[in-house]
Design a protein around this ligand. Sequence first.
Ligand SMILES: [Fe+2]
Ligand SMILES: [Fe+2]
Length: 344
Amino acid sequence: MLEKKPLFNEQGERDAQRRRMIHGHPTNLIELNNVKYAWAYRLYRTMMQNFWIPEEISLTHDALQYEQLTEAERTAYDRVLSFVIFMDSLQVHNLPNISAVITAPEVNLVLAVQDFQEAVHAQSYAYIVDSVVPQARRDAIYNLWRDDPLLLTRNRLITDQYQQFVVQPTEENLVHTLMANFLLEGLYFYSGFAFFYGLGRRGKMGGTVSIIQYINRDERIHLVLFQNILRELFREEPQLFTPEMQENLRQMAAAAVEHETTWSAHVLGEGIAGLTAETVAAYVRYLANDRLHRLGLSPLFPQQMEHPLPWLTRFANLNEQKVDFFEQRVLNYAKASGPQWGEL
Ligand SMILES: [Fe+2]
Ligand SMILES: [Fe+2]
């Protein structure tokens, strides 16, 4: 069992090189010129540079355009909002459970900023619902996460994976909860984002699209954060990453793909111009391959290594150079540290 670390430990270890992702003995003082995980401080600085405020983006025009959307588009808009509100709310509540057992103050620092950003995301969706959606439809959006049986089923899968670690904080369950986070940040949001970008591509709902672009930029950093935590754990606690565990992680990704494709087919139907359930399913399979590759795991869908919706990157890559720069640095760091992730 993993125990929550003490708040402060006067016998704690100040030597950063002896720091560990779990089972370490830090003092808990935040000393940013004395860190082991240099990528964490770099991510922190990027996140601070990316600070944004939802109310700076006007939604007045979106409120008018919402009335001119087709009913299929309006229904999809509401359903996607409902799911992303659920996920960001869940993140706000769950991230402290993970941080409580991570014994690297520089990583705890980044998790704290992530938690703040998830709160901003949850608030952004509330701002969108209140500004764009007519009063009569708002309650349905906040209730859909439990009223729609398909949405409830997938939300349960995600929550159960998190809850399992809360109830039984074993090392294995930590790995599972980290993977569940990684998939949430790297896969679950993306078909919803694709729907909004599809509207944006056709000149619709520009304010909503801008907000989603800012959220997307944050989620990409969160993905890198969880990728790096998992990689450090692979290196420090190799006994946890048995062939069975690696297959387990692949199967978690397979279940995530199944839930995401079923859900996006349900949300999008065939009534959304430019986005079919099949192209979104191909996109989700492509993402799963990419996410597994980031962890050194083999792809689930080798036939889908190409991005099937290349126009999406124009929307998703807000501030791309900055993000890519950091992703590259992070990858380089991991390689310089010894392990070859591609061979795990
Ligand atoms: Fe978020
Ligand atoms: Fe996130």
